[in-house]
Design a binder for this molecule. Sequence first.
Ligand code: C2E
Ligand code: CA
Ligand code: CA
Length: 389
Amino acid sequence: MNKRVLVVDDDAALLGTVHELLAARDVEHVAVSSHDDFLTALATLDPTHVVLDPAVPGLDGIEIIQHLATRHSGAALIITSNLEARLLDAVKRAAAGKGLRVISVTSKPVTPETLAALLESTKDVSRAAPTLLPEAKPVMETTLRAGIEQKRFHFVYQPKISCSTGRLAGFEALARWYADDGVLQPLEFIPAAERLGLMRSITQQLLGEGLRWMASNHRDSDIVLCTNLSNSTLSDAEFPEFLALLCKAFDISPTRIVLELTETATMRDPTAALEMVTRLRLKGFHAAIDDVGTGYSSLSQLVRLPFSELKVDKTFVRRLSVSSECRTIVEAFIQLGHRLGLIVIAEGVEDEETMKYLASKDCDFAQGYYIARPMTAENAASWHHADGA
Ligand code: C2E
Ligand code: CA
Ligand code: CA
């Protein structure tokens, strides 16, 4: 790629580093430290990379971002500054919110090695790696029905471990559809299945498989299985009894099953949620409030429902190591959960630093790519053995 680098900074050290590096590589580059010069350079250079210190005196970093956005600049943005992390994070979010491609947020000084690596990098820190396809393909009723008939829905299993000991505590079962043309993620078929009234069949198939898996791999242990309740199941009065019978059939105690209900679903129909959670708990099951922090539940509503666990949403957990705001939010949820007598789980743990932070804040359990990605039944069963837990 033919690179053209625009540097918005007046820091002599950084300009020196950039010039040394880029001149040696014959990369076209311009440094500016005034608004007018920036606009001129933006128009003439059409940069592929912009290195921006949003706190250059006399320049408004947010305005620079707005100009880049207005021009639909596809330039990779490297934000570097001595600003406090919180402010830098806000600048990054402002840029990402305008659709800019932020590839790095770094504090100064920037070494030539770092800068060289950044100019080669294609990663995009401003956009989360999508776990789901952005546009779900329309799912046809006939294919969905055929999928059910052919038993094409299966769980993958993702372990959760104790933050203090690292010991395996359980698995979350996540649905996948093994269709003819590939594996479909839950958000690609669950909404359609709900709409078509087919979710009950799918849930029954999946849970039957999940309990069979528990019975074959974790019969005599205290490993738990966590599973997600869909919106339609929330108001299915027969569901608690169905699950109780299934547990009996596989000789698995209901105390080893955790039903996860999202905060949003709970708040959409608080009455149904209250009834469902209460009935499940009365039958001995555990219930977790999922995706905490993404909905708009008030504390008083949260407290009213007899949940036993609280799952802090991954949007906060994933960004723990880079955002002090996220750390504050997660810590507050851990404390809140504990004060309400709930077990607290952090999902979306993607690195060691986050894991250590959670342990230091007495979070009970952790789940995320750092520990393991969701695995097929077979791999999850041997992950347990390989882990030695
Ligand atoms: P969820 O309950 O919040 O499940 C966690 C999701 O986060 C999973 O996505 C999992 O693969 C992903 N994840 C786990 N660790 C990490 C991480 O470290 N980083 C990131 N970025 N993501 C991580 P998945 O499997 O695509 O499931 C999406 C949602 O679909 C679930 O969100 C759940 O609400 C729903 N779902 C999954 N299985 C079922 C099911 O059997 N029934 C119902 N009703 N809903 C389900
Ligand atoms: Ca969940
Ligand atoms: Ca969740």
